[in-house]
Design a protein around this ligand. Structure first.
Ligand SMILES: C[S@@+](CC[C@H](N)C(=O)[O-])C[C@H]1O[C@@H](n2cnc3c(N)ncnc32)[C@H](O)[C@@H]1O
Length: 297
């Protein structure tokens, strides 16, 4: 149940290009929080803090708890004059909920800031594959069995804007055992879109219910590392992060997961060549140049 006050607060602040969840996503989060009544909630990807504020208000209606929002950045990427999480200062009322914004942090820092297990985690950070998988495996060891992991921007894999596509959430969904998948209810989506400002896109969010056997679940999800990583002009997973993440996986996951990540790095995110490929000493002749052009070399 989303209160009229929360609907008004959201509609006053939301705009399409702010990079935030929309009204249909709020409807799904509301259902998840009403069902799970989470006491410890973690968010990966804070940006303006719009979703952080919504999570806090929804948690408050269900008994309250602690909400930790992590973001790799210090500044809000849409308007860098503002800090990450700036909207929290004008959050809707959220009695019983303590919000902490952790700037300059990623999924592998979460454990340093929590005392208990996570009941619900909302992942909405980098969407290019394999980042949503990395974030999922990053929080999985801290998740309570039966807890909920929500992923946003499922439909980015269908984006037709130049270079805007991202297949990360879709890969996570596809690797997850069907029994763990939770989809939005169509009627609730429509109602969320009617009450709150929303994009045209539907069913852009889903959740996974964490099974008791987290090790097997992690190993199954890690199959995604073998599947083509999204293209990017710069290195997809920077080496310093990859080193930290490999250590994290070694301590917290099975050897299968460690090996899957290593193979993905080898295939899809290879180190830059140490030296540029040597230029030919002599320019090929006209005939050779013509052949090269025709054969695409
Ligand atoms: C789409 S925005 C989040 C929107 C926010 N959840 C909302 O609905 O209001 C994505 C955010 O994730 C952050 N981000 C990107 N990669 C990240 C990573 N690996 N770990 C943590 N945060 C990351 C970005 O800095 C950006 O602020």
């Amino acid at each position: 149940m989303i209160s009229d006050d929360l609907v008004a607060w959201f509609n006053e602040r939301w705009f399409d290009d702010m990079g935030a969840i929309d009204g249909k996503d709020v409807a799904f989060l509301s259902q998840m929080i009403a069902t799970a009544k989470p006491r410890v909630v973690v968010e990966i990807g804070c940006a303006s803090g719009m979703s952080t504020c919504i999570l806090a208000a929804l948690m408050s209606e269900q008994g309250g708890g602690e909400l930790h929002s992590f973001d790799v950045a210090q500044r809000y990427y849409v308007d860098t004059t503002k800090p990450v999480g700036y909207l929290v200062a004008e959050a809707p009322p959220h009695p019983g909920v303590e919000i902490t914004v952790h700037r300059g942090k990623t999924c592998i820092d979460v454990g340093d800031h929590l005392t208990g297990q996570i009941d619900l985690c909302f992942i909405d950070a980098a969407h290019r594959h394999p980042w949503p998988l990395i974030d999922t495996l990053g929080v999985l060891p801290l998740m309570k069995p039966g807890g909920i992991i929500v992923h946003h921007d499922l439909k980015m894999f269908q984006s037709t804007q130049i270079d805007a596509y991202a297949t990360g959430p879709k890969h996570v969904l596809d690797q997850a055992p069907p029994v763990t998948r939770v989809y939005p209810d169509a009627e609730a989506q429509a109602e969320g879109g009617r009450l709150m400002k929303s994009r045209k896109i539907n069913q852009n969010i889903f959740a996974l219910r964490v099974p008791d056997n987290k090790a097997a679940f992690g190993a199954k999800l890690a199959d995604g590392f073998y599947l083509g990583w999204d293209k990017q002009s710069y290195r997809l997973v920077p080496l310093d992060f990859a080193d930290r993440f490999r250590d994290f996986l070694t301590k917290n996951h099975t050897p299968w997961v460690v090996a899957s990540f290593a193979e993905g790095m080898r295939r899809y995110s290879p180190p830059e060549p140490a030296t540029p490929v040597a230029a030919p000493l002599r320019r090929p002749g006209l005939g050779r140049r013509l052949v090269n052009r025709l054969t695409g070399r």
